[in-house]
Write a protein that binds this ligand. Structure first.
Ligand code: ADP
Ligand code: MG
Length: 695
């Protein structure tokens, strides 16, 4: 068997392949486009396309596709074959530079929120050369951005790329102020930890709710859930181990750095984490990972559930977005080892504190969705209130930095920027505070609010943009102070440090309310958060309102991330998506209850009636009390199901999401209580105990 290093990236047209298959000139020109964003001329594009095609055909590819991420949150592709006719009747394999750099999918059915009317249905896709092309099945996939003909972004990737630019531009100003003259680009990186469930396909097929909505709409608690904590980091079962092995192989071939895997808290729940990489590549890779997980699972007779809350009563699944900012391999969230590096770190940290406090609403909106509503604030994932966890030591540093203002604090308590050295901060290796939505973990922030199915692009785009804004403000003030202090660029004079100290103190004074190091699951925190004025949007519709605020429109416009129209279209699309998902859930619950569960309960009822009648006929008295009890329970259960179904129907007709959710919950409570009263052989659905304890 070949070793991983032999086949890692074997299906990727990566730098190694480019270097080997392109002429030196073409390679250099392409590299310049990738690294510096310079324009690609058609001659180079033709040469690249030709090399790509030859490479792909050799690997068995027959088709190519522009692979993109429409606003549905999943990836889309439309396959074209390479074949082209030849005058002698044969076919040749062709792929031009034009086809590489631009595609025109008839994409009228993708959501556009009014940005593209159906009569001008064609949007276009444009090659994103910073993300390598790869082969999936028999298709060469070219990562692309997706826009309307008016140039409006119709995808998740375009604003993400723009937000990376915005952050880089602003962060470079700070670097220059600190004397760095060589850095060309500041990049944000993401390492998403992906949680998921695996259940047997045989059971999945018997559950319309899982097939249509991704979650179980009915199901009583099993005798054992996650109470014993025996699943977390437990021994991986053979069927799951085989799946993981196969999955790793597939991911590695695609150059995806799948690194760790373990069992999660809930039974049948697992996690996969890759080594972190540049944001847009990490996003592409995570989308691919989710897709391949599902494909590989089916090969193993399993189904991979990526929904945030497939099972009630056990933990749901998240996607911890680990995020950091770096230049030339140096991480700006690493405190460093001397006062200067510490000062830079504290500057970036204060900018992040300001950004998260100012735009907690946008971060919350970026993780909003029908599925995640079941997780956030349910004491299994962070609350819907966004706050920052710094850990005791860093919180202490920040407090001492803030105290310099107001004269109340003793002098010895304050921290002197550019003079004092930070203590060695521990790296959080053990998820010490799982209750915080946004936790500092040594050299990165872990955004824990995103749900398992979310596309990383949304939350990361928001993070990049809001931090760009805060960095911009701080850089502006510092630039002013530099002039006032007459320091040369990069000179770390006392005046510079004093100015920085003052700016950071003021930043903290205004924004340290967002820092919370306590237990986010405690009810007291929500009251405290309200006192601090932190926003709390418990549901998706409430959270999405942030996308309709004037100041947020101004923010995205100012940093060139999204136009007002683009933001508006997203707002509309996400609201519609939420309502549609709830409607599908409601309809599915209604159909299952009336077509599957009601008949089962009726049959049980009828059987009990017959038994009771027979006993009476025969004059048997023992057992009739029990039978009568059962009859009453089943009978009132039938009545309750009927009554709840009527309510659900009304809510569906009125198309009110909140009412549909409430009616579904009431129906579920009734149905789940009947699960134990109907004989096992008659119950029409696989139960939690059957689904969650796979071997
Ligand atoms: P923890 O155990 O604290 O969650 P891990 O080392 O397991 O930390 O990392 C979790 C995820 O965070 C991985 O995907 C990892 O690649 C990613 N990660 C680690 N360092 C960084 C960083 N500097 N920037 C972004 N992501 C990172
Ligand atoms: Mg973690």
């Amino acid at each position: 068997m070949s070793s991983v290093s032999d086949y890692f990236g074997s299906l990727v047209f990566d730098d190694r392949v480019m270097r080997a298959n392109l002429s030196a000139d073409v390679y250099a020109s392409l590299r310049k486009t990738i690294d510096e964003g310079s324009e690609l001329d058609i001659g180079v594009a033709n040469a690249v396309a030709d090399a790509m095609k030859k490479w792909a055909v050799e690997k068995g590819a027959t088709h190519f596709t522009h692979w993109f991420q429409p606003l549905t949150g999943i990836t889309a592709e439309k396959h074209d074959s390479f074949i082209s006719t030849s005058p002698d009747g044969s076919v040749i394999m062709e792929f031009s530079g034009k086809e590489l750099i631009k595609g025109e999918p008839d994409a009228s059915s993708f959501p556009s929120g009014g940005l593209r009317t159906t009569f001008e249905a064609r949007g276009y896709t444009a090659w994103d050369p910073t993300s390598y092309a790869f082969i999936k099945g028999k298709t060469l996939c070219i990562p692309t951005a997706f826009c309307s003909y008016g140039g409006h972004a119709l995808d998740k990737k375009t604003p993400l790329l723009r937000s990376m630019e915005a952050l880089s531009k602003q962060a470079l100003r700070i670097l220059r102020l600190f004397g760095n003259t060589s850095a060309k680009r500041v990049v944000s990186s993401v390492g998403p930890e992906q949680e998921y469930f695996l259940i047997s396909k045989e059971m999945y097929d018997k559950r319309p709710d899982l097939r249509f909505t991704g979650r179980t709409l009915f199901g009583a608690k099993p005798p054992k859930g996650q109470e014993l904590d025996d699943h977390y980091f437990g021994v991986i079962k053979p069927s799951v181990a085989a799946f993981m092995e196969d999955l790793n192989d597939e991911l590695w071939k695609l150059g995806i750095l799948a690194k760790t895997e373990h069992n999660e808290v809930a039974p049948s729940q697992h996690e996969l984490a890759p080594i972190y990489t540049t944001t847009n590549i990490a996003t592409d890779h995570n989308q691919l990972t989710m897709e391949i997980m599902q494909k590989v699972a089916v090969k193993h007779g399993l189904v991979c559930l990526l929904h945030e809350k497939p099972f009630a009563g056990v933990n749901g699944s998240g996607k911890h977005n680990n995020w950091s900012v770096s230049y030339g391999g140096k991480n700006l969230l690493d405190p460093g080892s001397n006062p200067d590096e510490n000062a830079l770190f504290l500057t970036v940290l204060c900018a992040i504190i300001e950004a998260v406090d100012k735009h907690a609403d946008l971060l919350r909106a970026s993780v909003a969705g029908a599925g995640n509503d079941h997780r956030l604030g349910a004491n299994e994932a962070p609350p819907a209130v966004i706050s920052i966890y710094l850990g005791d030591q860093l919180a202490d540093v920040i407090e001492r930095l803030e105290k310099g203002v107001g004269g109340k604090a003793k002098k010895a308590d304050t921290l002197k920027i550019g003079v004092d050295t930070l203590p060695a901060l521990p790296k959080d290796a053990t998820d010490r505070n799982r209750t915080s939505p946004f936790a500092f973990t040594g050299n990165k922030f872990e955004f824990r609010a995103p749900g398992s199915s979310v596309c990383c692009a949304g939350p990361t785009m928001v993070l990049n943009t809001i931090v760009a804004e805060a960095v911009d403000r701080i850089a502006g003030e510092l630039e002013g102070a530099k002039v006032a202090g007459k320091a040369k660029p990069g000179e770390h004079t006392a005046a510079f440090h004093n100015a920085l100290q003052k700016i950071l103190q003021e930043t903290l004074k205004a924004h340290s309310r967002i820092i919370f190091n306590g237990n986010g699951y405690e009810a007291g925190w929500l009251q405290e958060a309200e006192k601090r004025g932190l926003p709390n949007a418990p549901t998706t519709p409430a959270a999405l309102a942030a996308l309709d605020k004037k100041e947020n429109r101004a923010l995205f416009e100012k940093y060139g991330v999204m136009t007002a129209r683009e933001l508006k279209s997203r707002h509309e699309i996400f609201i519609e998506e939420y309502a549609t998902k709830i409607r599908i859930e409601g309809t599915c619950a209604r159909d299952m209850a009336s077509e599957m569960i009601l008949p089962a309960v009726k049959a049980e009822y009828a059987e009990t009636v017959a038994a009771f009648a027979a006993a009476e006929r025969m004059g048997v008295s023992s057992g009739t009390n029990a039978l009568m009890d059962d009859l009453v329970e089943l009978g009132s259960g039938l009545d309750a199901i009927k009554a709840n179904l009527r309510k659900l129907d009304t809510a569906l007709v009125e198309n009110e999401s909140a009412a549909v959710l409430a009616a579904m919950q009431a129906l579920r409570t009734t149905v789940d209580s009947l699960e134990h009263k109907v004989s096992d052989k008659r119950w029409p659905l696989p139960k939690y105990r059957d689904m969650l304890f796979l071997y």
